[in-house]
Write a protein that binds this ligand. Sequence first.
Ligand code: C5P
Length: 316
Amino acid sequence: MSRAAPPVREARVRALAKINLDLRVLGKRPDGYHELRTVFQTISLSDTIRIAFTPSRETRVELNDPLRIPGNLALQAAELVLDAARTRGRVAIGLTKRIPMGAGLGGGSSDAAAVLLALPVLAGFALPLPRVCELAAALGSDVPFFLLGGTAAGVGRGGELFPLPDRPSPAALLVAPGLHVSTPEAYRRLSPRLTTESQQNKIFSFQSLAWDGGVSKAACNDFEAVVFQQYPQLARLKRRLQKAGAFQVLMTGSGSAIFGLFRTDAEACRARSGLAGENALRISLVTRARYRSLWWRALGQHIDQKIWPPRSRYAR
Ligand code: C5P
């Protein structure tokens, strides 16, 4: 009699993009990275990831990535998870990209975090959150944020995270001009401008912004000075959004995408029509509560309880 094929456990999850509602770079650290103060925010724009896990004696991780992204972090995340859990099996990942790359929207980091959250659930083991955060930080500075979502203050390399309160989303537009900005290059250009005297000031103004929940006219992104110098069209785009009535307009991460927050939907719609020819999208800011409920729904049949991080029903 032939033995039944091992069960395949599958899920289709959304990996959301982020914007930085504020981003200050304090200086270079002994490890070569830069010390940050930032406010991360998940947004409604997302990639879709299908993940299938089949128990097997051999480990094989396959990625269906039509864009053939070099060094894809989702693949690395799957290998790290199986290694950390000392589990073998076949993993098939299918990626549908919608988040523009090199735009400061954290698409690759979010894809990786999605695998870190979903694969343990499908494979039936529990990795404690601190361990998953450690794996996430090894993959990239922005990856840990996507394990938590919502609005969060990020310090250190960006992976030390503290929750900020959920609140209703203002009307928002995101313009992705299709320019690919290199993050290491942006840091290299910014680094010589950072002086120790300005740090104290930055910390206090960041703190006051964080107490306001991250949305404020006083918000800033230190990368704008160097990236706008290289791409003056981005400075022009920012001015257009400001003129269209946005009360907060900032580049996200090291660029190139720019977002604008508006007081009303009507204002955001008008601004979008005025940006004909630009890739301007209506987005909403996704709260932590919504982020979690999207995850619980996506993993529905594989979990028993609504707890965070999602916990496998197959885990012993
Ligand atoms: O951590 P991640 O691989 O995403 O970082 C990409 C590059 O950005 C790093 O190689 C480093 O040059 C720079 N970086 C930095 N300080 C940070 C985060 C990133 O210098 N806090």
